[in-house]
Design a protein around this ligand. Structure first.
Ligand code: HEC
Length: 185
């Protein structure tokens, strides 16, 4: 009994130290995978040939910084260069974190916001196309040149998705498991 308690205590202490070691000095805290997108968003993905589309990217930039619509100014909290300017917003330049977010998760968060935070839902102000353009731009902070491959569940070279997407364009999106898997592979 005594032994078990000591072991438990050691485990708790160990975890505490681990958290302090990993999270203490870094205001971003531990890098943990985001919540998976709910079913209605899990199958939504960037149009394959957009990943390498410079014009769409530029439109995304203008949306993000509030140039297209002053009511939509993501940069006022997330920073023009992805470095947060308001507390609580994550650093989009952190590729190690951002690669755990699928394109569906980004799209979902932009559409619906994050409850009980400063991040509100933008779907009434942004069409689906505009949201994807913004995802395109946001991805550049930490994952420039990459695109989300829905089959591999991973960020890969953007050009490879565009090429595959162009070849398979008219085909319906294949059914797939919910996007819970972080990076890997
Ligand atoms: C008023 C400040 C504010 C504005 C404006 C804002 N956000 Fe956010 N956003 C936040 C905060 C704070 C979070 C972190 C919420 C949390 O705790 O998970 C967040 C989270 C996010 C996330 C989820 C990633 C994460 O950190 O987990 C995305 C994606 C995002 N914002 C994109 C946008 C986009 C795109 C816009 C513009 C359409 C925008 N935000 C406008 C404050 C803002």
């Amino acid at each position: 009994m005594k032994q078990a308690t000591a072991t438990q205590l050691a485990v708790v202490l160990g975890m505490g130290l681990f958290l302090v070691a990993c999270g203490g000095g870094d205001k971003e805290g531990l890098i943990v995978p985001p919540m998976p997108a709910p079913a209605e968003y899990a199958e939504k993905h960037m149009p394959a040939d957009w990943w390498t589309d410079a014009a769409k990217l530029e439109e995304g930039r203008k949306l993000f910084i509030g140039e297209t619509n002053p009511d939509v100014n993501c940069a006022s909290c997330h920073g023009k260069d992805g470095k947060p300017v308001k507390a609580g917003a994550r650093d989009f330049r952190n590729g190690e974190r951002m690669k755990l977010y699928s394109d569906s998760v980004w799209f979902w968060r932009i559409a619906e916001g994050v409850p009980n935070t400063k991040m509100k839902a933008w779907k009434s102000k942004l069409s689906e196309e505009d949201r994807w353009k913004i995802v395109l731009f946001e991805r550049n902070f930490g994952l420039a040149g990459k695109g989300w491959d829905p089959e591999k569940h991973a960020w890969v070279d953007a050009a490879s998705i565009s090429a595959a997407g162009a070849a398979a364009a008219p085909a319906a999106a294949p059914a797939e498991a919910p996007a819970a898997a972080p990076a890997g592979k």
